[in-house]
Design a protein around this ligand. Sequence first.
Ligand code: FE2
Length: 360
Amino acid sequence: MLTLGIESTAHTFGASVVESDIDKKDYKKSTCKILSNEKDSYTTTTGGMIPRELAEHHYACSLNIIKSALEKAKVNLSEIDLVSFSQGPGIGNALRVGAISARQVALKNNIPLIGVNHCVAHIEIGRKLCNAKDPIMLYASGANTQIICYENSYYRVFGETLDTGIGNFLDTFGRELGLGFPAGPKLDEMYFKGTLAKVSAFAGRSEAMASPRELLELPYTVKGMDLAFSGLLTSATKKIEEVKKGKINQEDLVYSVLHNAFAMLTEVTERALAHTEKKEVVLGGGVGCSKALQEMVKKMCDERGAKLFIPPNSVMVDNAAQIGWLGLLMYSSGVRTPKNKLVILPKQRTDDVKVVWRKN
Ligand code: FE2
């Protein structure tokens, strides 16, 4: 079965062709082959995403991206069995472009259509590509920050951000530092660069003596199982002034901000592991690509005897392959999206979706 997946929840417009042989009796025996995974992302040098410009970007590139996904997969539209699109959550203007593109392709070629949840798609592609059985997902992206796991027919949200997503928080902090957008990869580089420079300066002394990183005092906000980043952002932004005056080192500030933010995510993930007694963690979302976050979560998993799965970066960032794969799972379980009642669901939550393709 061949699915054309279309992603358009935020800055990325993506299209992908996924080939699969779904085994309804034994999910693990189903195959998932990503034949293509094309995308184009809206970027800015200053400020955030402007919804109207986002929609214009997606309209402008949609046709070429879909064409390119079919060409790379060496597949004709007449061979596609299903069109799957991201129905939510996301920015309305962006979601609408994906939904309309998907419906046009489906109507014109008489192909079934299915709308899927973007967050659930991250979980399912991570689970499939890493061969994880029943993991907790740490979903850390621009707009979303959730600790999720499967319980009784739903992906339950065990903890989440109460204000901004971790990625948006890092980008705002990075913008204040003058790093441009997206700032995450540059911050990650600075986190390790600062560490290495200091380690070599202390060469010859024991690691404990060297104290290569100075942890500055900054807010650390975990409320029950939820997190908040605005206090950390306000304090970190104020400390940039001290960096400019030469009172504190920029690398120490970046290290401390990332350390606190990622420790908050790691703490909630650990408590979800303890509560559910699950033994696997899978990362998802663009911030999941951070080596600093991976290092910290890995350490926690090792100490607890849990296994950490890190999917390829190409499916941790927003991508259409995961949309195609989840569409296949849902369609083969009998879920249908009527073409004449097409809706987008900008506020749809991970735990709104009944997981009919998994057995308890
Ligand atoms: Fe995402």
